[in-house]
Design a protein around this ligand. Structure first.
Ligand code: RB5
Length: 145
């Protein structure tokens, strides 16, 4: 699976930790759209870039990072076809996949430990989309932009 990563400075360190772990997996191809340091940058630029990358089909999934996970989630969700969820727990990771069919997830680099992020990523990647009644709702989301 191809996964695109992007962050602002607040999520940079966690992005780097996640990139290192995912890149070591033989079944995962990682693309990093930046940022490349802890120098201050604007999260909308990176959220939009990751959103467009996934929406255009260049990657199947995306993971984005900022200080809280909130700003970059808002940015990614401005791209048509993106369903990005900010993840803070195992249950949210599972439900983002099962109910919301999230194609991007976000983390707050100032709040989430790398080992927790990696666990939540695995839960999100392995939890199946439930479809059924959620199909209509996700369809309604995708019609909005
Ligand atoms: C940047 O300081 C910070 O505002 C950003 O990383 C993010 O938390 C915004 O939602």
């Amino acid at each position: 699976m191809k996964i695109v990563l992007a962050s602002d400075h607040g999520g940079y360190r966690l992005k780097e930790d996640v990139k290192k772990a995912l890149s070591a997996r033989s079944d995962t191809e990682v693309v990093d759209l930046g940022t490349d340091s802890e120098e201050s940058v604007d999260y909308p630029v990176f959220g939009e870039a990751a959103g467009k990358y996934v929406a255009s089909g260049k990657a199947e999934r995306g993971i984005v990072f900022c200080g809280t996970g909130m700003g970059i989630t808002i940015a990614a969700n401005k791209v048509k076809g993106i369903r990005c969820a900010n993840i803070t727990s195992e249950a949210f990771a599972a439900l983002a996949a099962e109910h919301n069919h999230a194609n991007i997830i976000a983390f707050g680099g100032r709040f989430i430990a790398p080992e927790d992020a990696l666990h939540f990523i695995d839960v999100w990647l392995t939890t199946k989309w439930a479809g059924d009644r959620h199909e209509r709702r996700v369809g309604e989301l995708d019609e909005m932009l």
